[in-house]
Design a protein around this ligand. Structure first.
Ligand code: PNS
Length: 159
C-alpha cells in the first residue's frame, strides 16, 4: 500500500519524524509530501524544506519526498495513492482533520485517511511553536531532529 503524509514541514519536528517512522512500518511506501500553497507565506523556502526533509528521512528506505502545489486530492489521484496519513495530537486536531478527511474523500472519489495518534512525548510539539522558540532565540534542539538544527538556526540568524 502506498501512503502519503502531507504537510507544510516548516520546519519538520520530532513529532513529524515519529509519525513518518511509524507509518513506514505500516505501509510499503510513504511519500512525505511538502505542500506548496501560493497564498501562504512560509518562513522556510521550498528548497530549505526539501533539504531538511532529505536530511531527516534519507535513513528510511521506503520513504520518498515530493513537493506539490494544488489539492491533495488531485495529488492522490495523479499518483495512485491508497491512503492519506495524518497525525492527531489533541481533540481540536480531530475537529479539523475530520472535515479535511471528508473533503478529500469526496474530491478524490474515495481516498481513506488513516489517523495515527501522536505519542505522548510529542503531543505538545508543533512547527509554529518551533518557529516561535527559534525567533526568540530559545533552545530548539528538544523539538526538531538533530540533522536540521543548523538550517533552522541559520535561518533565524539571517533575519
Ligand atoms: O503542516 P500543515 O500546514 O498542518 O499541513 C496542512 C496541509 C498542507 C496538509 C493541508 O493544508 C492540505 O492538505 N493542503 C492542500 C490543499 C488541499 O487539498 N486542501 C483541502 C481542501 S480545502
Amino acid at each position: 500500500m502506498k501512503a502519503v503524509f502531507p504537510g507544510s514541514f516548516c520546519p519538520i519536528t520530532i513529532g513529524h519524524e515519529d509519525l513518518v517512522s511509524r507509518a513506514s512500518k505500516l505501509f510499503d511506501e510513504v511519500i512525505v509530501l511538502i505542500m506548496l500553497n501560493p497564498e501562504k507565506e512560509y518562513i522556510f523556502s521550498v528548497e530549505d524544506r526539501l533539504s531538511m526533509a532529505e536530511k531527516v528521512f534519507h535513513k528510511y528506505s521506503n520513504v520518498k519526498i515530493m513537493t506539490y502545489e494544488g489539492l491533495l486530492a488531485d495529488f492522490v489521484c495523479e499518483n495512485s495513492i491508497d491512503v492519506i496519513i495524518k497525525g492527531l495530537r489533541m481533540p481540536s486536531d480531530f475537529e479539523y482533520e475530520n472535515q479535511m478527511a471528508m473533503v478529500n474523500k469526496k474530491l478524490s472519489n474515495g481516498i481513506e485517511t488513516v489517523f495515527l495518534i501522536a505519542d505522548e512525548k510529542f503531543r505538545s510539539i508543533s512547527s509554529s511553536m518551533v518557529r516561535q522558540i527559534a525567533f526568540l532565540h530559545g533552545e530548539i534542539k528538544y523539538f526538531v531532529p538533530n540533522e536540521i538544527c543548523d538550517i533552522i538556526l541559520k535561518k533565524y540568524k539571517q533575519d
